[in-house]
Design a protein around this ligand. Structure first.
Ligand SMILES: *Cc1c(COP(=O)(O)O)cnc(C)c1O
Length: 377
């Protein structure tokens, strides 16, 4: 019998036995998504927008919240919000939306719907970890195609994997997390056209990229586009959007929980969409800051940094990424260590683009950490 972990109540024998006996094997094999403690640290680990709202926007929002009918269930389909998004994104006719508690929930709905016996998902790797996690949790087999060493998608290998596994779904984060790279539109089109099933293009970072597949929904029947407001500045709110050719929404609607997007989320989103410039200006500031941060990283001796179309940068240190990560944390700066997450990510770290002041602190901390880490000498 194993020792209870620190901070956990000692296991009760019957509970432990029953968990092993009753919980599905594929769930016992998983580990829960780990979030690093961040209290008191400059938080550059989770692709959040570092800028708060202007005071006026906040005050108007609070006034609207006062009227929020919290004693009533929310509008189950968030019809007003859907109409607003359709208009803002100029969605072509024949496209339907489904809203979720973050896009994570929409990924979960997709894999739940597609996990027929023997069905498979194909993903490039490294990519967003929730595709594999959620697929496995519902028993949908997940086949990974490694990215190339420069983190570009291996198009021939993807085509071969689709031919071999005939996947029900291919997940492609565009741009990809944690690499920041975008697949060229021609290559993406080839993948969508060759896919025997669905291709889900996850555009979590679209506000920071020069591409969207949304207009493609007009003419492609096996394409689904995911959006989220998390990386744009509303990570705490939880709103994800799935856009799909008519027909898919009805199938997924059967497993969506009826009130998955709450009153406060719907109301707050309407308020934000009434002031589109606020988040758009913040995204533009983040993009400009990304360019500055990237060239500063590229100037550090021995550091390799990749082009990014997202609000984060992936970089590699000469050696000892785990140590560099720890030294940074001790200096009050939290980023993400990817060393060990995938063989291609050896000595890689990921930093979210923060405010100019946060980025300056990060660069100062990184220089000091590199000087202290053994491999940099
Ligand atoms: C962060 C992220 C998400 C999840 O976003 P939520 O809407 O906050 O659940 C989805 N896809 C990718 C690629 C991400 O990086």
């Amino acid at each position: 019998m194993s020792e209870p972990e620190a901070g956990r109540a000692p296991g009760r024998a019957r509970v432990e036995r029953d968990v092993r006996r009753l919980v599905r094997d594929e769930i016992q094999a998983l580990s829960a998504y780990h979030v690093q403690p961040a209290a008191g640290l400059i938080k550059l680990d989770a692709m959040e927008n570092p800028y708060p709202w202007p005071a006026a926007l906040r005050e108007d929002w609070l006034a609207r919240l006062r009227e929020a009918p919290l004693h009533r269930y929310p509008d189950p389909t968030a019809a007003a919000l859907q109409a607003r998004l359709r208009a803002d994104w100029a969605l072509p006719p024949g496209v339907e939306l489904l809203l979720g508690n973050g896009s994570d929930e929409l990924i979960q709905l997709l894999v739940m719907a597609l996990a027929r016996r023997g069905a498979r998902a194909v993903i490039p790797e490294p990519t967003f970890v929730m595709y594999r996690q959620l697929a496995q949790s519902v028993g949908l087999a997940c086949e990974a195609v490694p990215l190339r060493a420069d983190f570009s998608i291996d198009l021939p290998a993807m085509l071969t994997a689709m031919e071999r596994h005939r996947p029900a779904v291919v997940f492609l984060a565009q741009p990809n997390n944690p690499t920041g790279q975008l697949l060229a539109p021609e290559a993406l089109a080839r993948l969508v056209d060759a896919a025997p099933g669905l291709v889900v293009v996850d555009e979590a970072y679209a506000p920071f990229a020069d591409f969207t597949a949304l207009p493609w929904l007009a003419e492609r029947d096996n394409l689904i586009v995911l959006r989220t407001f998390s990386k744009l500045g509303l990570a705490g709110l939880r709103l994800g959007v799935l856009a799909a050719p008519a027909g898919w929404q009805a199938a997924l609607e059967k497993i969506r929980l009826p009130y998955n997007v709450g009153v406060l989320t719907q109301l707050t989103m309407m308020h934000v969409l009434d002031h589109p410039d606020v988040l758009a200006d913040q995204a533009a500031a983040i993009r400009a800051e990304r360019a500055r941060l990237q060239s500063a990283l590229a100037d550090l001796p021995g550091v390799e940094v990749w082009q990014s179309q997202a609000n984060f940068l992936l970089f590699r240190v000469p050696d000892g990424a785990t140590l560099v990560h720890r030294l940074l944390r001790e200096a009050g700066i939290l980023i993400k260590c990817l060393h060990g997450a995938h063989p291609l990510l050896a000595d890689c770290l990921r930093v979210t683009v923060g405010t100019p002041a946060e980025n300056a602190s990060f660069l100062r901390g990184l220089r000091a950490a590199l000087a202290a880490a053994p491999g940099s000498l």
